[in-house]
Design a protein around this ligand. Structure first.
Ligand SMILES: NC(=O)c1ccc[n+]([C@@H]2O[C@H](COP(=O)([O-])OP(=O)(O)OC[C@H]3O[C@@H](n4cnc5c(N)ncnc54)[C@H](O)[C@@H]3O)[C@@H](O)[C@H]2O)c1
Length: 434
């Protein structure tokens, strides 16, 4: 018999909002979900998911009786004390975080007693303090404010909700922090109770550190290519050192997605706005941008000019198991290839809808083999499992050229070589070919 749990509201039903809502509904909480996007809310009411996240459709369907979707804040405010804010904080042109959606939520809540704003969205340090001042100034003094940053990973988001490495709660010592801690208690996760500014910084610093690890191994990979070392061996040897650990030591085409690029840039800007030049992050960002372009150099090394060449991108999402293409390396790659005069063709098993929106100039195919028909070269961008099942002898029959650039070291280079391909991974010596 499930204990009666506190009803909550989730404002913003994107990746974070929906996973938070489904996760708490699974724990037995009634969840009132609000979004300004009517199309999204209408779809959710019909049981259709606006995003691809493994297990989410099932989790929402199983707990449908505890989930309510609306474009109106009213019912959410009426039924819940804890208002989780999970609206987007995309980058502005300057690289700062755009907090307009957050301010819209703060403006929209009426002055009423006894509620808490629980910030899930990733925000610059100082945002909580500014919102606290705004609440006080606008007669919403009774509102509690809690920072509770989100660490989920797209692709495994529900599992991350159910088994978080930690739950971080930053508060001012009033009732809100305790209420959020109680809400998360059944997950039995390590709890970090701290002040609001530190909670905000934990999120930014964690993402900046992971991005730094990626840029670091990408640079090691680039040096491996010049010196004859194999980055996979190097990463294995490094990762066994417990002080380093094996995670985020996989070189590739640069990090992308809706979090790392914007959060690294927001932390760099935050430091700059505070009078501190964060040199390391400047380099991390630059390395990442250059890494996306190294694929072009590899194609040119083998094909010469790319004018008129057909290049197939295998995968477009920023990583496997998501349809998210925000800041995906494929966007830069496709643009650079088109800029070099190539014809770009692509296939992604899930992100096709996003691709049509974000990459209108490229040709999208319905399968990997269709995308590879007549291509001069193939570039693996996203490590979708189905690409590891490709039979290279079959691929060789449909492609015009014999060049395979594996942007993730994901494919079996030896099998590709046996079928006559030249295989270029990342941080390793090329196999086969001329
Ligand atoms: N996606 C991730 O992997 C991830 C992980 C950790 C943290 N975060 C952070 O969580 C936040 C949300 O990210 P996301 O990926 O879920 O974003 P998203 O773009 O998928 O979803 C944001 C949702 O908020 C809605 N929205 C915007 N303004 C609104 C308003 N005034 N009222 C109600 N709804 C509104 C949008 O319509 C959209 O549905 C961001 O700050 C992000 O940095 C994201």
């Amino acid at each position: 018999m499930m204990q009666t749990r506190e009803p909550i509201a989730v404002i913003g039903t994107g990746y974070v909002g929906l996973v938070t809502a489904a996760g708490f509904a699974e724990l037995g909480n009634e969840v009132w979900c609000v979004d300004i996007d009517r199309t999204k809310i209408d779809a959710l009411k019909r049981g259709e998911m606006p995003i691809y996240e493994p297990g989410l459709t099932e989790a929402i369907a199983t707990n449908a009786q505890r989930l309510h979707f609306s474009t109106e804040l009213g019912p959410a405010l009426e039924h819940s004390r804890l208002l989780f804010v999970a609206v987007g904080t995309p980058p502005t042109y300057s690289g700062d975080a755009d907090l307009s959606a957050i301010h819209a939520v703060v403006d929209a809540i009426p002055a009423s007693a006894g509620q808490a704003l629980v910030m899930k969205s990733t925000v610059p340090v100082g945002t909580g303090a500014a919102i606290r001042r705004e609440l006080d100034r606008t007669g919403k003094r009774e509102f509690s404010y809690v920072s509770c940053p989100e660490f989920l990973k797209e692709g495994t988001a529900l599992d991350d909700f159910r088994h978080p490495d930690r739950v971080v709660i930053g508060d001012l010592g009033d009732w809100g922090g305790d209420a959020v801690a109680e809400l998360y208690a059944p997950l039995d996760a390590p709890l970090v109770r701290t002040d609001i500014a530190s909670a905000e910084m934990i999120k930014l610093a964690a993402n900046a550190f992971l991005a730094t690890k990626i840029s670091f191994i990408n640079e090691i990979a680039n040096v491996c290519e010049e010196t004859g070392a194999d980055v996979l061996e190097v990463a294995k040897g490094m990762g066994l050192d417990q002080r380093i650990g094996p995670h985020f030591l996989r070189p590739g085409v640069g990090y992308g997605g809706s979090c790392f690029p914007k959060d690294v840039s927001a932390l760099k800007q935050l430091a700059g706005n505070s009078g501190y030049h964060f040199q390391l992050l400047t380099a991390v960002i630059e390395v990442n941008e250059l890494q996306k372009r190294r694929v072009i150099a590899k194609l040119q090394k083998h094909l010469g000019s790319l004018v008129g060449k057909t290049i197939t991108l295998l995968g477009l999402a920023f990583k496997a198991d998501t349809d998210d293409m925000r800041e995906a390396s494929s966007l830069v790659l496709a643009a650079r290839l088109q800029g070099s005069g190539a014809h770009v063709r692509a296939y992604d098993p899930i992100a096709e809808h996003e691709a049509r929106r974000l990459l209108p100039g490229i040709e999208l195919a319905g399968s990997a083999l269709e995308a590879l028909q007549g291509a001069d070269a193939a570039v693996l961008v996203t490590e979708w499992p189905e690409f590891s099942q490709l039979r290279w002898s079959e691929v060789a029959r449909v492609m015009r050229g014999r060049l395979l650039v594996d942007g993730r070291n994901f494919l079996d280079g030896n099998s590709a070589c046996a079928a006559g391909f030249t295989y270029e991974g990342v941080g390793r010596q090329p196999l086969g070919g001329t």
